[in-house]
Design a protein around this ligand. Structure first.
Ligand code: PL3
Ligand code: FE2
Ligand code: FE2
Length: 239
C-alpha cells in the first residue's frame, strides 16, 4: 500500500488546526502565494489607471480604486515581513503574464468591456475567493489585513458590474469572447496555485466554488441569463 510521506502533508501547529506558520514548508509556499498577491494588487492598480485613460470621465473614480490596490499591496508586503518571508516576485510575474498580455492587448485596442471583464470581474472574483478561503487559516496579523482588503474587492467588482450592466447591449458579444479567452487562464492559474495553497490549508475545490459564486453573481447582476452564464462557465471546461 502506498503511504504518504509526512513531508508531503501540510504541517500543523498543536491542536489549533492551523498551519505551522514558522515551518520551512509554510514559508516556502508563502513566498510564492504572497508574491502572487502582491503582483496581483500592483497590476490591479496599473490596470485601473489604464482603464481611466479610456474613460476620462471616470478617471477620478478609477484613481480611487487604484489607490486602494496600492494599500492592499502594502498590507500583503507587511504580512510577508511579519513571517520573515521574501516574496518570489519573478515567479509571480510569470504567473500573471498570459492574463496581463490579454489585458494589454485589449487596452491597446481600446476595448473597455474586455479590460473590465479581466480586471474588475475575473481578477477581483479570483481575489475575493482566495481571500475568503485564506482568512480562516491565516496568521492573526495577516487575517486582520485580509479582512479589510476583501471588503474593498467587492467595491471593485461592483464597479465593473455597474458599468457593464449600463452598457450590456453594446458589448454582450465582446464580453462572451473575452470570457472565452480569459476564463481558461483563471482555471489554469487556480491549478498552478493549488499545491502551494494546500500547504497554507486552503482547499482547491473551495477556491473554485467561491470563485464561481462571485463570478456568476456578477454576470447575473450585469444581466446575463442563466443559460448564457452556463455557456460562459463551460468555457473553463473546454478552454
Ligand atoms: C485585486 O484587487 C487583487 C488581485 C490579487 C489576485 C489574488 C490571487 C490569489 C492567489 C491565492 C492567494 C491566497 C491568499 C493568500 C494571501 C497572502
Ligand atoms: Fe486589491
Ligand atoms: Fe481590487
Amino acid at each position: 500500500m502506498a503511504t504518504l510521506e509526512a513531508t508531503d502533508l501540510p504541517t500543523e501547529s498543536g491542536s489549533t488546526g492551523l498551519p505551522d506558520f514558522t515551518s520551512a514548508s509554510y514559508k516556502d509556499a508563502y513566498s510564492r502565494i504572497n508574491a502572487i498577491v502582491i503582483e496581483g494588487e500592483q497590476e490591479a492598480h496599473d490596470n485601473y489607471m489604464s482603464i481611466g485613460t479610456l474613460l476620462p470621465d471616470q478617471a477620478d473614480e478609477l484613481t480611487k480604486l487604484a489607490r486602494m490596490e496600492l494599500k492592499h499591496m502594502k498590507g500583503f508586503t507587511a504580512c510577508a515581513n511579519n513571517l520573515g518571508v521574501e516574496a518570489d516576485m519573478a515567479f509571480a510575474k510569470e504567473f500573471f503574464a498570459p492574463l496581463h498580455d490579454n489585458f494589454k492587448n485589449a487596452l491597446a485596442a481600446g476595448k473597455v468591456p474586455t479590460c473590465l471583464l479581466i480586471q474588475a470581474l475575473l481578477i477581483e472574483a479570483f481575489a475575493i475567493s482566495a481571500y475568503h478561503i485564506y482568512i480562516p487559516v491565516a496568521d492573526p496579523f495577516a487575517r486582520k489585513i485580509t479582512e479589510g482588503v476583501v471588503k474593498d474587492e467587492y467595491t471593485h467588482l461592483n464597479y465593473g458590474e455597474v458599468w457593464l450592466k449600463a452598457n450590456l447591449e453594446s458589448c454582450r458579444e465582446e464580453l462572451e469572447q473575452a470570457n472565452r479567452d480569459n476564463l481558461p487562464l483563471i482555471r489554469r492559474m487556480l491549478d498552478q496555485v493549488a499545491s502551494d495553497a494546500a500547504v497554507l490549508h486552503m482547499d482547491k475545490e473551495d477556491l473554485i466554488e467561491d470563485f464561481l459564486i462571485a463570478y456568476q453573481e456578477a454576470l447575473t447582476e450585469i444581466g446575463f441569463s442563466t443559460r448564457e452564464i452556463a455557456r460562459m462557465a463551460a468555457a473553463a471546461l473546454v478552454g
